[in-house]
Design a protein around this ligand. Structure first.
Ligand code: OOG
Ligand code: MG
Length: 256
């Protein structure tokens, strides 16, 4: 099996916003490690074309998210500069069937690597934390996939935005930060940071451990999205979505 060929195919679908059937229907016997290699190859080709890797994202770190997609373990993906939005407008151009979800982001000043990384190491390496909203957009038909499919598709990464205001990692208990998601003024999802593996810091610990399998690390300056706190919300043209984080402000997206 040519993993690079599969990576190029997926990258094409990501860039053209064209959905496809699960790759596991065509390629039998792909292991999770192969899927991470496909992910890496796809992102590397975008980096060769000038994009820049700015961080990592964890996915499926909450029970709500795992149950809604039928995959029962955490995954990670790669974040590129081109995925980061700066304003409140979410353009549907280049997206297939986007969903949005509130997350806590960590930004790092020190490198984190290895299977022995602890929560204490994460706090010492963290420069700041920020509310964030991720826009996920699986390239698979009906947002339906297995673990291998979704990992190869860069964990459904499409876009993300972080709040303007950063916070000290020690300012609030991140497991107790409540989040209210509204769509067109109506409350559609609520949860607190504890939905993410009990505490978002554990998501970073888990990421460092998972990355050590391939010798990768969280590098200084990188951002890490720790995973959706609530279930992801479908958005359509004309929708306004807000994610309000207790004491940490609100992020609004106007879908155009
Ligand atoms: C996989 C990506 C999940 C999260 O925060 O849980 C994710 C998916 O549901 O398509 O980004
Ligand atoms: Mg996410």
């Amino acid at each position: 099996m040519d993993l690079n060929e599969i990576a190029q195919e997926l990258t094409h679908h990501q860039q053209a916003a064209e959905e496809l059937e699960k790759i596991t229907l065509r390629y039998d016997g792909l292991a999770v490690e192969d899927a991470y290699e496909i992910q890496r190859l796809g992102i590397d080709s975008l980096i060769q074309q000038g994009d820049v890797m700015t961080g990592w994202k964890m996915g499926l770190t909450s029970k709500a998210k795992q149950q809604s997609v039928g995959v029962d373990e955490a995954i990670y993906g790669r974040l590129l500069r081109s995925m980061e939005m700066t304003g409140e407008e979410l353009s549907l151009d280049g997206l297939i069937h986007p969903r949005v979800e509130p997350e806590i982001a960590f930004v790092f000043k020190h490198r984190l690597e290895g299977t022995d990384v602890t929560a204490r190491d994460v706090w010492l390496a963290t420069e700041c934390v920020m509310p964030a909203v991720e826009v996920i957009d699986s390239r698979y038909k009906n947002f339906s996939f297995t673990l291998v499919d979704v990992v190869a598709d860069n964990a459904s990464s499409a876009k993300f935005v972080v709040a303007n205001q950063a916070y000290s990692p020690y300012q609030y208990r991140l497991d107790e930060v409540g989040v209210v998601m509204r769509k067109n003024g109506e409350v559609v999802q609520t949860a607190s940071g504890a939905a993410v593996l009990g505490h978002p810091v554990k998501s970073v610990v888990e990421l460092a451990h998972m990355l050590s399998r391939t010798g990768d690390a969280i590098e200084p300056g990188m951002i890490v999205l720790t995973g959706g706190i609530t279930e992801a919300v479908h958005v359509y043209e004309g929708d306004t979505v807000t994610a309000a984080f207790d004491n940490m402000g609100e992020i609004t997206l106007n879908v155009r």
